[in-house]
Ligand binder design. Sequence first.
Ligand code: KG4
Ligand code: ZN
Length: 400
Amino acid sequence: MPDANILGIESSCDETGAAVVRAGEEILSNVVASQIATHAPYGGVVPELASREHLRAVLPVVRGALAEAGQSYASIDAIAVTQGPGLAGALLVGISFAKALSFALDKPLIAVNHLEGHVHAVLLEQRASDNRDLRFPVLALVVSGGHTHLYLAERKDNLWTYAESGHTRDDAAGEAFDKVAKLLALGYPGGPIIDRLAPHGDPHGVKFQIAQIKHRDRNEVAREKKLKLSHKHDADSTPAARSDNSRPRFDFSYSGIKTAVLRYVETEHLEPSIEQRREALKDIAKPTLDDYLCLCDHQTLDLVASFQRAIVTDLVSKTLAAAREYDVQTLFVSGGVAANQELRTTFQREAEMEGIPVFFPSRPLSTDNAAMIAAAAYPKFLRQEFAASDFSAEASLPLR
Ligand code: KG4
Ligand code: ZN
């Protein structure tokens, strides 16, 4: 069934999403209910509140997606749902709902890795714009509030396989944006506001150094050993299982820069101006860029611009170093932080100098959504790779 309509459901973090995608490339609908307002007072996602909000939103969001697509429960061909990684309680809401639909409608159910969804957000839009001859291997940087991962992606017919060549050892890049914004009383989520403020500051105003990791991740070594044992006699093992341990890794670390921002705030005595901003923003329901600019002095704008520049430079330089090492033909950059303007322009400029094409999703498809889940499910649908009825949420599901 080449033009199958797949209903995708996403609930891994703080967005409840449902979408109908035809043949993995045509978005018929893509509905997202954001929980930003619920979590904003806490400056981060509160897992219990996230689960409760998903419960509230999942039925109207799914109904909305079907109606917008001109589809019905009867007309869709399969249901795809995010299995992980993510918040266990949040994932379970989407999974339980999808299982119930699949059972009641007698339609196949497909379990999708959220990170594979972010990769397919790029593919979906490239196919939709008729760019069908992407060259492999692809190196995908998935960079969001929960993840900073580099994956080498290969495709053989409809089988996609991934080998991880780098990940963050501590905070994800988006998490660093959110924590620094919280520290500076700039609101939640931090990425979009820092993105808009940074062009107004001097990116060389404050010197930041991002940790460069030299040693291998001990947890990773243990995981690889386990994986190798379980794949010892498996002829169909993935590139991850076969990956060569002697090749360099390109790991990230962003908790240090968060501490460096805190130290800067302390040594430069920025606390009173931060408190002033916090108080002023309480009285503004939806602050505009001008409101923020009025509430930020030059030093704060320089701090924000320098922080963003440091993160962007690190993400781009490590990704390009990995691209050279693995001789990749194409770059994908996806996940919430891929919406960042400076990240996009820097990647475009630097990748062009290396002669490697780089692709991003449009901004609505960069952040969490269900269209990417339905798109990632399509090759699995063609392979009839359906989920067993007893599959469950996996908070730390690896991508292979
Ligand atoms: O992919 P996403 O919606 O959810 C996760 O899977 O985490 O990403 C959300 C993250 C947040 O940390 C948010 O601050 C960050 O993406 N983000 C941005 C921008 N827009 C969202 N970071 C930097 N610049 C942006 N424009
Ligand atoms: Zn995500």
